[in-house]
Ligand binder design. Structure first.
Ligand code: AMP
Length: 207
């Protein structure tokens, strides 16, 4: 089974992908994570990192090659949860994931801004937290320091949101027409949002 996670920046799709991966025993593939983890020796490293830092989409041919090479590994043969592709209709020409189910986690614009401004990464572990809502447990689990993502600057956020509303919305609408889209209210705690996802999965598997 292939499940695609979609939604605006900071909607929580990475967190939900992890919870869903545990529930369904499926590995997760995050395109942004693959690009961030690219080796410094890769010939296109600088180009990729410059485009990411500006909040732009990275070249489709480079990104699709990295993604497809990664998905060729045997651990993905029985399915996966995909976060971050396709982000624009043009990308289907390079690689069509043909998901069985697509979750669109939606939150209002003001909430996106509030969450992004509080988003921090624990540098040694790579875990993402929000300084507005960090629990005691999370604070203990992070050996620190907490850093901001390079593309969480005001200009890069503006660019990424513009891409989402202008370019990714048609991808979402395509999946809606295909009958594959399940829209989930992304407001509330991760556990509350995950409950909604579980209900949707139960309904889908019944029908
Ligand atoms: P994310 O971690 O999903 O927020 O992605 C971070 C950045 O990675 C994006 O702002 C883009 O620069 C790049 N990126 C992620 N997915 C794609 C994609 N499908 N195509 C091109 N660039 C991407």
């Amino acid at each position: 089974m292939i499940i695609q996670m979609m939604g605006p920046q900071a909607c929580g799709k990475g967190t939900q992908a992890k919870m869903l991966g545990n529930l369904l025993n499926l590995p997760i593939v995050g395109v942004g994570d693959l690009l961030r983890g690219m080796s410094k020796d890769h010939p296109q490293y600088k180009l990729v990192h410059d485009q990411m830092a500006k909040g732009e989409l990275v070249d489709h041919a480079i990104t699709s090659k990295i993604l497809m090479d990664h998905l060729a590994k045997s651990e993905y043969a029985n399915g996966f949860i995909l976060d971050g592709w396709a982000r624009i209709v043009d990308q289907f020409k390079y690689y069509d994931p043909n998901p069985d189910l697509v979750f669109f986690i939606n939150i209002p614009h003001e909430e996106i801004i509030r969450r992004i401004s509080g988003r921090r990464i624990c540098e040694p572990t790579g875990e993402t937290f929000n300084i507005n809502t960090m629990t005691e447990e999370e604070i203990k689990a992070c050996p620190g320091p907490l850093i901001q993502r390079k593309d969480d600057t005001e200009d890069a956020i503006k660019e990424r949101l513009e891409i989402f509303y202008r370019d990714t919305t048609p991808v979402i609408e395509k999946y809606r027409r295909d009958g594959k889209l399940v829209e989930i209210d992304g407001m509330g705690s991760p556990a509350e949002v995950f409950e909604r996802i579980k209900v949707a999965i139960a309904q889908k598997t019944k029908s």
